[in-house]
Design a binder for this molecule. Structure first.
Ligand code: CP
Ligand code: NVA
Length: 304
């Protein structure tokens, strides 16, 4: 049966670790200049109903490096934007391609696409989650800290797609996860329910300094996500103070890492000073999108 990557909730710890291990191997091969055309002749269709820089370029460059090719489909110039049912898009692309990556709004659309597609579907971000980003984040943390288990990850900001995925990815790999968010912007109830399975490992509080205390990794994301642009002024008031700054760094563990999925808004969710001081980690994280997604494509599409 074909496998998809729709959300981290669907993956076992072993499956997550396997992706990270393969990602490390692919990164090592690339650094050493060893060619690795493991998906020679395979085609990835990439559906984008939201903007992207990193996701598009890392998937497209990644499939080329694996010997395959990518086709970019935006809602603006495909029939997707003219309401062709996702069920039909799934069946048509399955006749031409070997995998589909999709970035859209509703998680249900991705789940329906996967149900009707006979080829693997990879979630490149929905309002609910961003699994590819968190796989790259976990790879980066493991690279810098040498392990995941036992570390404390603190996310500060909106209880959005990033918070949802970090909670699942962090807890499944043995990290403690603390979320600092306003009470009215907590993570998805399904995710909070999942976190109940990890007593003593999870915390969700409006208190930023409490969440950040002794954290090994601090993480943040924009106050208004794609599709929420019109809410920005209202959100700006609620999220004021939900920022990684020197005060927050002061309560975190010594040598705490700072990560950001990007794009970053300096002066809002992170200060320019903290961003610049941790730029090496943040751009390693961005680079790892390439390696982690190559691992996902390889593991899912190799038998297509
Ligand atoms: N982090 C991330 O997914 O970036 P893009 O929106 O540029 O793809
Ligand atoms: N939460 C952000 C993440 C961007 C990578 C968004 O959905 O816009």
């Amino acid at each position: 049966m074909k496998k998809d990557l729709l959300k981290l909730l669907d993956l076992s710890t072993e499956e997550i670790v396997e992706i990270l291990d393969v990602a490390d191997q692919l990164k090592d091969m690339k650094k050493k200049g060893i060619s690795h055309p493991l998906l020679a002749g395979k085609t990835l269709a990439m559906i984008f109903e939201k903007n992207s820089t990193r996701t598009r370029v890392s998937f497209e460059a990644g499939i080329y490096q694996l010997g395959g090719n990518a086709i970019f489909l935006s809602d603006k110039d495909s029939q997707i934007g003219r309401n062709e049912p996702v069920e039909d898009t799934a069946r048509v692309l399955s006749r031409f391609c070997d995998g589909i990556m999709i970035r859209t709004f509703a998680q249900e659309e991705v789940e329906t696409l996967a149900k009707y597609a006979t080829i693997p579907v990879i979630n490149g971000l929905t309002d609910f989650c961003h699994p590819c980003q968190v796989l790259a984040d976990l790879q980066t943390i493991r690279e810098h800290k040498g392990k995941l288990e036992g570390l404390k990850l603190c996310y500060i900001g909106d209880g959005n797609n990033m918070a949802n995925s970090l909670i699942v990815g962090g807890l499944k790999t043995g990290m403690k996860v603390a979320i600092a968010c306003p009470d009215t912007y907590r993570p998805d109830p399904v995710i909070l329910e999942f976190a109940h399975q990890y007593p003593g490992m999870f915390q969700c509080t409006p208190d930023i300094l409490e969440a950040a205390k002794d954290a090994d990794v601090l993480y943040t994301d924009v106050w208004a996500s794609m599709g929420q642009e019109e809410e920005f002024n209202e959100r700006k008031k609620v999220f004021e103070g939900y920022q990684i700054n020197d005060t927050v760094m002061g309560v975190a563990a010594e040598k705490a890492m700072v990560l950001h999925c990007l794009p970053a808004h300096r002066g809002e969710e992170i200060t320019a000073e903290v961003f610049d001081a941790h730029a090496d980690e943040i751009f390693d994280e961005a680079e790892n999108r390439l390696h982690a997604q190559k691992a996902v494509m390889y593991l899912l599409m190799r038998n297509q």
